[in-house]
Design a protein around this ligand. Structure first.
Ligand code: COA
Length: 162
């Protein structure tokens, strides 16, 4: 599995993966386009794919969307980062990929001399909460009925970067 920065060309694969996951954050194609444009300059989109970065990578990418196994979107609001979304394809879950994507973000955040990473998650999202807590995130609060469809509290987490 290879983790690399995503590009505009990856948006269809990212959208397809996001749509498979009810608990993921859901963005429109336009919002993803903005993440790669000038307004999205503070954003980092990382992607996991199941083939090595060879010269034929571009050809493989156009052949099959299924090469995308996960992605993460984060925003840099110096000196902090916010993790906005992280999704692993259902068949690839529970194999350490979510942790690898999160570790890649934390490494990138440390390189920007950032102090803190924030995120919010649905209270009932046990898988994501366990991933974050194992990575050292601490619960700092909640936003009552923050989510809709279905309505649910958001739990807020924070990680201080060493
Ligand atoms: C949350 C998510 C990204 C985790 O990805 P993953 O690749 O399965 O996670 P990992 O294999 O790296 O697991 C790391 C840790 O997370 C926790 N975890 C992951 N899936 C879990 C589950 N189904 N139940 C409980 N804990 C879970 C465990 O603590 C796990 O460590 P362990 O395997 O040693 O027990 C994935 O479940 C997903 O895509 N969910 C849908 C999208 C979503 O809800 N994203 C969060 C939006 S805020």
């Amino acid at each position: 599995m290879h983790i690399r920065p995503a590009t505009l060309a990856d948006i269809p694969s990212i959208l397809a993966l996001e749509r498979q996951s009810a608990t993921a954050g859901h963005w429109t194609e336009e919002q993803y386009r903005q993440a790669f444009g000038q307004e999205g300059g503070r954003r980092r989109v990382l992607l996991a794919e199941d083939f090595p970065p060879t010269a034929s990578a571009q050809e493989n990418r156009s052949r099959a969307d299924t090469s995308i196994s996960g992605f993460l979107v984060a925003q840099h609001l110096a000196p902090e980062w916010e993790l906005e979304n992280i999704v692993v394809a259902p068949p690839a879950r529970r194999q350490g990929l979510g942790k690898r994507l999160l570790d890649a973000l934390l490494a990138a955040a440390r390189r920007t001399n950032s102090t803190t990473v924030f995120l919010e998650v649905r209270e009932s999202n046990a898988a994501a909460r366990s991933l974050y807590e194992k990575a050292g995130f601490e619960q700092t609060g909640r936003r009552k009925s923050y989510y809709t469809n279905p309505p649910e509290d958001a739990v807020l987490y924070r990680l201080f970067l060493p």
